[in-house]
Write a protein that binds this ligand. Structure first.
Ligand code: DX5
Ligand code: ZN
Length: 210
């Protein structure tokens, strides 16, 4: 069963609360984007306090678009997030991050930017719970879908058919079937659902087309 996960990329706590409220009864989980203005040219809420201060049944997957995620991981592991995704391009300490997340009993995924080859995952594949393929340049809602990632995902799926794949960027009813065809299990959707005017229908529309 493919999961469609709304993404939350916000600059204020108020926007965060509004988006949580908007999907609380629609989705089981949300994808929380954290951007530091260094790894990507955009800055969001820092996230820790916002996540700690809300009461919600939503599971939260945090996507760290930050430089040196090893400096943030301990603080995130104090929060109730369900999973942590970090970028392989942002760190030399992937092993350490994975071990910390696993010790804290969290799911952990590695994100790959559109141009980053699968080989960057090297020895980590067996240690992570999922791979997170970026299909846009990271940092913003509404980026340009990078079609060539479909081939990269298909290659990965061929070699690692059992490793869950999540996809992030430009998910809509047109791209979703291609992403599923290439092996994706989780589709993270931002601007398509937030701009739709009706989030339930937008998610259904993606689902109906896959
Ligand atoms: C992009 C973020 C995504 C973003 C997706 O850098 O990591 O999670 O919210 O937004 P759309 O679906 O608009 O590409
Ligand atoms: Zn994201």
């Amino acid at each position: 069963m493919v999961e469609i996960i709304p993404s939350i990329l916000v600059k204020t706590k108020e926007e965060f609360l509004n988006k949580i409220l908007a999907v609380e009864n629609i989705s089981e989980r949300v994808h929380l984007d954290i951007a530091d203005g260094i790894f990507v040219p955009n800055m969001t809420i820092s996230g820790f306090e916002e996540v700690e201060s809300i009461e919600t049944n939503l599971k939260i997957d945090v996507h760290l678009m930050v430089s040196k995620p090893e400096n943030h991981i301990i603080r995130w592991l104090e929060t109730p997030v369900d999973s942590i995704t970090f970028h392989i391009e942002a760190t030399q300490k992937a092993q350490e991050i994975i071990e910390k997340a696993k010790e804290a009993d969290r799911r952990v995924g590695i994100a790959l930017n559109p141009e980053t080859p699968i080989s960057a995952l090297a020895t980590f594949i067996d240690q992570i719970d999922f791979v997170h393929f970026m299909t846009v340049e990271p940092g913003f809602y509404g980026g340009q879908f990078v079609e060539s990632v479909l081939d990269k995902m298909s290659d990965f799926f061929y070699f690692y058919p059992d490793k869950p794949i999540s996809v992030d960027g430009g998910v809509n009813p047109e791209t979703a079937p291609k992403l599923i065809q290439a092996g994706a299990n989780m589709l993270v959707a931002g601007s398509y659902i937030w701009n739709s005017g009706n989030i339930t229908e937008a998610i259904e529309k993606i689902r109906n087309d896959i």
